[in-house]
Every structure is written in structure tokens, then in C-alpha cells.
Write a protein that binds this ligand. Structure first.
Ligand code: AMP
Ligand code: MG
Length: 391
């Protein structure tokens, strides 16, 4: 049995960053920028007033100076002339500073009489002017790779970059397997259960940028699985759920083998999720997940999310770990790395007592997976422990 780290490395070796596509900003949030974008212009493109008031030269900014107002500048309406000493221009927020001015007096600090103003309390010289290029210069770069946030979208728009080069979304064919499974909303017989894992996994992988395709549930027959693998052609990644153990009805490994799977590994020293397998079928990376609901999602978090990120071109990195003190003691761990459902609160990390891999309620209640290394001794409350935050 290989370790979680070894399994993840073997998975990374199965994939390459996908190709890119050019898309508009409206569709770009959450996508992975793959070519650095560079600003087509500076922002602001001109020195601008931050306030409503009067633009004048710093030289004139002293108490009781009286100036002649020679025109007006508003946002989108530049004052065309040049302002001389002894003159000022009525100015509004966002307007370009007129030629000859480098200081704004706010209107509250000015006495107006006809076309003349008197400064009562000049601010520091150069006050209330936003300098040209103060946010970014022309040519400034937003570097790739990067998952585009709402702020990035605004920044790119301000850079006058209307389209961006992003990674194509990896298409993931998800195959649930099992004679007992029916889709939610159907009427299950009393020996059937609802196929929950495919939907949860699709949600988990969509959230990091994949395009999951839920294929029809495969029955526990070689023919049904074979036809599911045929349906999956064209995907960037094939994921099966269930049928991964060694029971009489666990066919995924043998059918994948008949379909020409080159196996990268089978079985990982982890809990939950031991019967994980991976390889390539007809050139397409394939991962076989265990069927227990919590195993599926924990393996999704530990293996598939980093794999999708690598395919998007974000680099090869395991799920980010953090550390927190244990809120209560935990017993010694066995020979497999244990990902325990836990809840992080202000008191620290509470590892739940119930860790059976079928308990979705416990997973839904968790906001963290506490990680117990292989052979970790019993730990007391207050000792630090690594965990994976769950979104
Ligand atoms: P298996 O690996 O096929 O032996 O499945 C292990 C357990 O997980 C069994 O109790 C299955 O009924 C259950 N299971 C398998 N696939 C799913 C699924 N897609 N949704 C919910 N439960 C499943
Ligand atoms: Mg099964």
C-alpha cells in the first residue's frame, strides 16, 4: 500500500495542464488565468480631483488668497484651457486636473463671491489630487496563473483588458456504480439506496473549476460498466464511484483492466478511502473512488481537487493544511493516515467521536478534516494538529 503523498504524486504524473481558451470578463470569475494580462492604459489615466471644490496651483494655496474662477471641470468633461496664477477652476470628483493646477480646495473651505473665491483654510499643498497612474501604470501585469476573483475582474476591466486567456475547464465523467442505487427523486424499493456521491462529488469539483458530467448509474455487470466507460470517452478525467473493493460485485478494477487500463496504483494507506485506484484508460486519466459516501468526498478533497487544479495549470500542490490545537484528547492512530471529520471552533479542533465512513450527517457538520499521521500516538487537548479546512 502506498502513502497519500505517493498516491498524489502518481496522480499528478497522469495529467498535464489543459489547453487554454479566450473568454470575456463577464464569464471569467473563478477561471484560471493562464497568460498574464497587461494594462492597456494607466489608472487613473490623468491626475484627477478626489473632491468637489476648486482646482488651483499650490503656489496660490495660502490663507485668504482670492482667486478668479475661470471655468469648470467635471468627470468626463475636461477644462480645455490653462490656469494661470491667481486663477482657479470649479472642479468635481473624478474630473481631470486642468493644465496649470496641482491642488484642490474643497468647497467647504472656500467663500464664494460671484466669480471669485477666497480660501479660508487651505489644506496641505497638493491636497485632494489623485496622481496619474497612482493605481497602476500602463503595461502593469496581472500575473498568471491565478484564479480570478471579483476584484481581479474589476482590475482587468480598469486595465481595458476585455478578454483573458484562461484554462479550459476539465471535463470529468463521473460514473456511479451499484445495483442498489437510484437517483434522488425516484421511488426506491426497500433494498435500494439513493445515489448521493455523484452529486456531491460534482458539486465539489465544479467549485474548483471542473465541468463534471454525471453519467447514468452503471449496474454491477461487466457490460454495464463497459458501456459506462464508452460513454466517458472524450472526458479529460474519468472518475468511478464504488465497486472498488474486492467483493464479488466489485468489478471496476477488472472491467477497467479489460478496457486497457494502465494501473498507476491500487490501495492507499488512508482512512477513509483505502481502495482508491488510478491509472489511464485509452490515454484518459482514471480514478476509482471507494463508494462509501464519506470516502468519496474525502478522496475528492484530498486527491481530485488538487488534480483538477493541476489540470487547470495552477501547479501541483496538495490540499492546503493548517494547524490548530486539539479541543479534546484523541486516541492513538493505526497504520493508515486518518482524515477525521472535525469542527474548528474558538476552543480548537473538536474531532468527532463517530467516524464511520457512511455517516454523511457527521461530514455535513464538519468544517475540517483533522489529519492523524500513520502511527501517531494519543494526543492531549491543546496539542497542535494539522487539518484541511472544508469550505
Ligand atoms: P462499494 O464500494 O460499491 O462496495 O460501495 C460501498 C458502500 O457505498 C455501499 O454501501 C454502497 O451502497 C455505497 N455506495 C456506493 N456508491 C454510492 C453512491 N454513488 N452513492 C451513495 N452510496 C454509494
Ligand atoms: Mg457497489
Amino acid at each position: 500500500m502506498i502513502s497519500v503523498d505517493q498516491a498524489l504524486d502518481a496522480l499528478f504524473a497522469l495529467v498535464e495542464p489543459l489547453s487554454t481558451e479566450q473568454i470575456g470578463l463577464r464569464a471569467a470569475a473563478g477561471r484560471t488565468l493562464r497568460a498574464s494580462a497587461s494594462a492597456a492604459r494607466a489608472q487613473p489615466p490623468f491626475a484627477a480631483s478626489v473632491m468637489d471644490g476648486y482646482a488651483l496651483s499650490k503656489e496660490d494655496a495660502h490663507t485668504d488668497a482670492t482667486l478668479e474662477v475661470v471655468g469648470e471641470a467635471a468627470a468626463g468633461h475636461r477644462f480645455a484651457g490653462t490656469v494661470s496664477q491667481g486663477q482657479a477652476v470649479r472642479i468635481f470628483t473624478g474630473a481631470p486636473m486642468p493644465e496649470g493646477t496641482d491642488h484642490v480646495e474643497i468647497q467647504e473651505d472656500v467663500t464664494v463671491a460671484g466669480d471669485r473665491i477666497t480660501l479660508r483654510d487651505p489644506g496641505r499643498p497638493g491636497a485632494y489630487v489623485r496622481p496619474a497612474g497612482g493605481d497602476f501604470a500602463a503595461g502593469a501585469e496581472l500575473p498568471a496563473p491565478r484564479v480570478l476573483s471579483a476584484a481581479d475582474i474589476s482590475l482587468l476591466a480598469a486595465m481595458n483588458v476585455p478578454t483573458v486567456t484562461v484554462a479550459r475547464r476539465p471535463e470529468v465523467a463521473i460514473i456511479s456504480t451499484g445495483d442498489e442505487l437510484v437517483m434522488p427523486g425516484e421511488s426506491p424499493l426497500d433494498d435500494q439506496i439513493i445515489a448521493s456521491n455523484g452529486l456531491g462529488l460534482a458539486a465539489q469539483l465544479s467549485a474548483v473549476g471542473a465541468l463534471p458530467r454525471l453519467l447514468p448509474i452503471a449496474r454491477d455487470t461487466a457490460e454495464s460498466l463497459q458501456s459506462a466507460f464508452r460513454f466517458a470517452r472524450g472526458a479529460d478525467l474519468i472518475v468511478t464511484i464504488g465497486g472498488a473493493s474486492v467483493g464479488d460485485h466489485d468489478l471496476v478494477r477488472s472491467v477497467a483492466g479489460q478496457a486497457g487500463m494502465e494501473q498507476a496504483f491500487y490501495k492507499v494507506a488512508m482512512r477513509p478511502g483505502k481502495p482508491l485506484m488510478a491509472g489511464r484508460i485509452a490515454g484518459v486519466p482514471m480514478v476509482g473512488l471507494p463508494g462509501n459516501p464519506v470516502s468519496t468526498l474525502v478522496c475528492g478533497h484530498v486527491f481530485l481537487v488538487p488534480l483538477i487544479r493541476a489540470m487547470l495549470g495552477q501547479g501541483q500542490a496538495p490540499a492546503a493544511r493548517r494547524t490548530a490545537p486539539l479541543a479534546s484528547p484523541v486516541a492513538a492512530n493505526g497504520p493508515r493516515e486518518h482524515y477525521c471529520r472535525a469542527k474548528l471552533t474558538q476552543d480548537g479542533l473538536h474531532v468527532f467521536d463517530r467516524q464511520d465512513s457512511s455517516l454523511l450527517t457527521v461530514l455535513a457538520e464538519a468544517n475540517a478534516l483533522a489529519i492523524r499521521p500513520i502511527g501517531d500516538p494519543a494526543r492531549a487537548a491543546g496539542e497542535p494538529i494539522d487539518y484541511l479546512p472544508l469550505a
